[in-house]
Design a protein around this ligand. Structure first.
Ligand SMILES: *Cc1c(COP(=O)(O)O)cnc(C)c1O
Length: 472
């Protein structure tokens, strides 16, 4: 019975929440090197939680009814635009929504019959999602396999009459490197095409790293030709999830992100975002986080983050069989293995209490593991390196995953439309994935190896089925 017959007490509920979270990865402490961003400062978390709670029931749907929303949003967006070269912004629920709005604005601004989007293969899937939702074709451009950056000339060659937007990342998530923003923005401007900088992960990070001594080229709206930029506050802004900002250089372009409808007999709809009714909690949380940390706080976090990233890169270089991909210019670090199966390494690290994020091979880039270094990493960077070294040694001894003969062909050839959920779940069990509720997933190397061996389209089909079986 999902709905209890009689209401429960707060204590009973909280006990149940604790039980439900038993198998979750920890969100604090720095041993989970993806998904979560921890300042290591309890008072920052408390301020955000309390402001979030105060704003929880305020609805962003109608800013005339709740002026607090307008004032808070102007302050948060203003802080981001001060840091990133000006512009006119919108507070959104996350990077994906910021990107969705940037693509929508560009599409409606250009108004082409067959719109397309030119982006490096390292650009975030949120652009593919936006293009898919908005009926825009994606034109991927390969990156250099040493630097993992796109070349402006290759971007220029992909632009045509239908191009509504060109994308660069600062940095791209997979290898943490910054695309040549100025060069790409220049070729885009020469072709009369807008240029979006995806600074979802880097917007609220790179300026503080620069202050700490990192060599960060100009990447924001101050660069000629850059027309919009996205910056997630729920990443290196350390705000609770649900906080991002998209900025447009031209207010007329921002208006193209908006949506209004008077085509029904109900209340008038004016939305700046994809969502309509929406809690102001995340806005309150982001607002409080920015104010509690202040400039000093972010400078200090940036310094600690930069030092931790430098120590991680140096430490990884000394572990036999591991190699850092490219020359990371931010605090995202990816490494691959020679004679070491990185998926096995990730399982070994997980058994030692550390989560390293696997990245599948793609577009000539080998399978690798990704670490997001944050402010809290510094205190544990030696422990992290020790675990990576031990896990690498164990992975070397265990050897690479050997998949059962024919398994990859079998998966690639599955007719997923006619297969029922129970059969799919059985198949998943046979490769070591327990899809029963509450099962943790300590050993993922077989699954990752199967996925890694499949082309992207088959990976996607299998993953969608996986999700639907998980929620059956
Ligand atoms: C995280 C990220 C996104 C998407 O952000 P969400 O907040 O997860 O929707 C987009 N681009 C880059 C570079 C990112 O790191």
């Amino acid at each position: 019975m999902n709905l209890p017959e009689t209401g429960m007490t707060v204590d009973e509920l909280l006990a149940e929440v604790a039980r439900l979270k038993e198998h979750d990865l920890p969100v604090r402490g720095g041993q989970v090197t993806a998904y979560v961003y921890d300042t290591g400062r309890a008072e920052v978390h408390e301020a955000a939680a309390r402001a979030y709670f105060e704003m929880l029931e305020v609805n962003c749907l109608d800013p005339t009814a709740f002026p607090s929303v307008v004032e808070m949003e102007k302050q948060v967006v203003g802080a981001v635009s001060d840091l990133l070269g000006g512009g006119h912004g919108i507070f959104t629920s996350g990077g994906t929504e910021s990107i969705m709005l940037a693509v929508k604005a560009a599409r409606d601004f250009a108004d082409r019959a067959r719109p397309n989007l030119v982006l490096p293969v390292t650009a975030h899937p949120a652009f593919h999602k936006a293009a898919h939702y908005l009926g825009v074709e994606v034109r991927p451009v390969p990156v250099d396999l040493e630097t993992f950056k796109v070349a402006a000339a290759d971007v220029a060659a992909s632009i045509d009459d239908g191009t509504i937007l060109v994308v660069v990342s600062a940095p791209s998530y997979p290898q943490g490197v910054i695309d040549p923003v100025a060069e790409v923005a220049e070729v885009a401007a020469a072709a009369g095409v807008p240029c979006h900088v995806d600074a979802c992960v880097g917007g609220w990070l790179l300026p503080w790293l620069r202050a700490a001594g990192a060599d960060v080229p100009p990447f924001d709206l101050s660069v000629p030709g850059v027309t919009s930029i996205s910056c997630d506050l729920h990443k290196f802004g350390y705000a609770p999830k649900g906080a991002s900002v998209v900025l447009f250089a031209d207010p007329a372009m921002r208006r193209k992100a908006y949506f209004a409808s008077a085509a029904w007999p109900g209340y008038t709809v004016i939305n700046a975002t994809v969502q309509s009714s929406r809690s102001a909690g995340p806005l309150g949380g982001a607002w409080a986080t920015l104010r509690t940390l202040g400039r000093d706080g972010y400078l200090e976090l940036g310094r600690a983050t930069w030092e931790a990233a430098a120590r991680l890169r140096a430490g990884l270089a000394e572990i036999p069989g591991l190699r850092v991909l490219g020359a990371p210019e931010s605090s995202l670090v990816a490494f691959t293995g020679a004679g070491i199966d990185v998926f096995v390494l990730a399982d070994e690290a997980r058994a030692r209490g550390w989560f390293l994020q696997p990245q599948l091979s793609y577009a000539g880039i080998p399978a690798n593991l990704h670490v997001t270094v944050t402010g809290v990493t510094l205190a544990g960077v030696d422990a992290m390196l020790k675990v990576i070294a031990e896990s690498a040694e164990s992975a070397r001894r265990r050897g690479p995953v050997v998949l059962p003969d024919g398994l990859v062909d079998l998966v690639a050839g599955l007719d997923l439309e006619s297969l029922d959920d129970a059969t799919f779940a059985e198949l998943a069990t046979s490769v070591g994935v327990d899809l029963s509720p509450g099962a943790g997933q300590p050993e993922m190397s077989v699954v990752n190896s199967v996925l890694d061996a499949l082309p992207a389209a088959s990976r996607e089909a299998v993953l969608i089925r996986f999700l639907s079986v998980m929620y059956r």
